[in-house]
Design a protein around this ligand. Structure first.
Ligand code: OFO
Length: 169
């Protein structure tokens, strides 16, 4: 496997692992506050990020490279209001998109068509994730973030969870 691509993909493993941990921490924070819908949403997101990480991990080794288990910094255990939390997640996803796009460009430059092809799934996934986060942020802005709003926000997120479960991943 091309060494530059291998290094970039190993760095991507680290980003996916950080997202996996961050979303797990967010899930826990909202679960203890009784925000069941938000907690379920982030447990699911966390599991998806772990799957994203493993897909790259297995791909590197399949291509005769060496996938490296990254050190993951401890994420925050407390988060600000729900709008800030989703904005934080949206910013994280935008950084992931940028990173994926950079590896796509690198694979073109290095004429690594296999990796280019492999990454198209991530390009699509990131488009969907960013759009989902924007939709949720817009809904939260409409509802407002006062204490009375938390119930309605949680209910909206429960509906999104139900829709996601109907859609094949
Ligand atoms: Fe949502 O980040 Fe993975 O790809």
């Amino acid at each position: 496997m091309n060494k530059l691509i291998e290094k970039a993909l190993n760095e991507q493993i680290s980003m996916e692992a950080q997202a996996h941990y961050l979303y797990l921490s967010i899930a826990s924070f909202y679960e203890v506050q009784g925000m069941e819908g938000v907690a379920t949403f982030f447990y699911d997101q966390s599991a998806e990020e772990q799957m994203h990480m493993m897909k790259i991990f297995r791909y590197i080794n399949e291509m005769d490279g060496h996938a490296i288990v990254p050190a993951v910094p401890k994420p925050n255990a407390e988060f600000e209001d729900i709008l800030s939390t989703f904005k934080l997640v949206y910013e994280h996803e935008k950084r992931v998109t940028l990173s994926i796009n950079n590896i796509v460009e690198l694979s073109t430059k290095e004429k690594d068509h296999g990796t280019y092809n492999f990454l198209q799934w991530y390009v699509q996934e990131q488009r969907e994730e960013e759009s989902l986060m924007r939709t949720i942020i817009d809904k939260i802005k409409l509802i407002g973030i006062g204490p009375q709003s938390m119930y309605f926000i949680d209910r909206e997120i429960k509906e999104i969870n139900a829709l996601k479960n109907q859609t094949p991943q």
